[in-house]
Design a binder for this molecule. Structure first.
Ligand SMILES: [Zn+2]
Length: 294
């Protein structure tokens, strides 16, 4: 087996842009520190809405070229973060964006939501057994906010983590590997509330989203880790800008295609859901690898 870097982080996301919004600071930090950072994106985000009018023709109901375009945006974002290992689950275009919950696209052939978890998970098992991460980051069971592809990304990630550790499962996909720590993306409620207060005071966008629109908001007590650092947050903003069809960044704030302003969280937050915390009880970890021994 080829020699692996000492620290290995795997992130599983639904669409290009989710990784930069949720984990841009974290990915930039660990990449800069020499850790192996692997991003797996489950769809190309073909059903997204397009912000710049000049690119509106890419939309699924027109040229349907948004998927390939977003592959390029993702590559630019990864360059901004310093991440070199980014892949699509099963290869680009294997699973298609399912659209919002209840949309007709949910039931389309090849839609990620319309795929059996056990049909999708082996693609991730193979990656887990290759890159052998100690830490996995993904969404909570609601996908943070109920988008079908985010829910499915959660299910596939959790299922693949179990299957990858099982020596009886598909030995042809590599030697078994147990992921030491699994985290879900979170935002503490007080942080979200403070962010919206700053946004309203700055008046950066004419209309703003609400705390309820932010994925993964929970009571502060559930949050077990926080990763910050201004030097990495600049890269996060650059990565978000690279997703120009999806995100409009204005200073410390941004908007998606709904044009509702949101705070751009420089510090990112997590809930440890599997594995041993590497911080004393009642204290948040400041390193996702804390306590990882091998
Ligand atoms: Zn998404």
């Amino acid at each position: 087996m080829t020699e692996l870097p000492a620290r290995r982080l795997l992130l599983v996301h639904a669409h290009p842009d989710d990784e930069s919004i949720n984990n841009g600071t974290t990915m930039a930090k660990y990449a800069a520190e020499g850790a192996q950072v692997t991003l797996v994106t489950c769809t190309r985000g073909e059903e997204g809405e397009v912000i710049p009018p000049a690119l509106a023709h890419l939309a699924p109901d027109r040229d349907d070229r948004l998927g390939p375009h977003r592959v390029g945006e993702l590559a630019a974002a990864m360059k901004a973060l310093g991440v070199t290992d980014h892949r699509f689950l099963g290869g680009p275009g294997r699973f298609r964006d399912s659209g919002m919950m209840g949309a007709e696209q949910n039931r389309r052939d090849g839609a990620f939501w319309n795929t059996d978890v056990d049909d999708a998970a082996p693609y991730l098992v193979e990656i887990v057994r290759e890159v052998r991460p100690q830490v996995l980051v993904t969404y909570d069971p609601d996908g943070g906010y109920g988008h079908p592809d985010h829910i499915q990304a959660h299910r596939v990630a959790m299922r693949a983590a179990d299957l990858a550790a099982d020596p009886a499962f598909r030995p042809d996909l590599g030697a078994p590997h147990r992921i030491a720590k699994i985290y879900w993306n979170r935002v503490p409620r007080t942080v979200a509330e403070e962010g919206f207060a700053r946004l309203r005071a700055a008046g950066a966008f004419p209309r703003t989203a609400t705390v309820e629109d932010v994925p993964g908001v929970v009571d502060d007590a559930l949050v077990t880790a926080e990763i910050g650092g201004a030097e990495h947050a600049g890269r996060k903003a650059a990565a978000m800008r690279a997703h120009a069809t999806q995100i409009a960044v204005e200073g410390a704030f941004f908007a998606l295609s709904n044009d509702l302003g949101q705070p751009l969280f420089e510090t990112e937050f997590y809930q440890l859901v599997r594995g041993e915390p590497g911080a004393p009880a009642g204290r948040r970890e400041d390193d996702l690898f804390a306590g990882v021994t091998s």
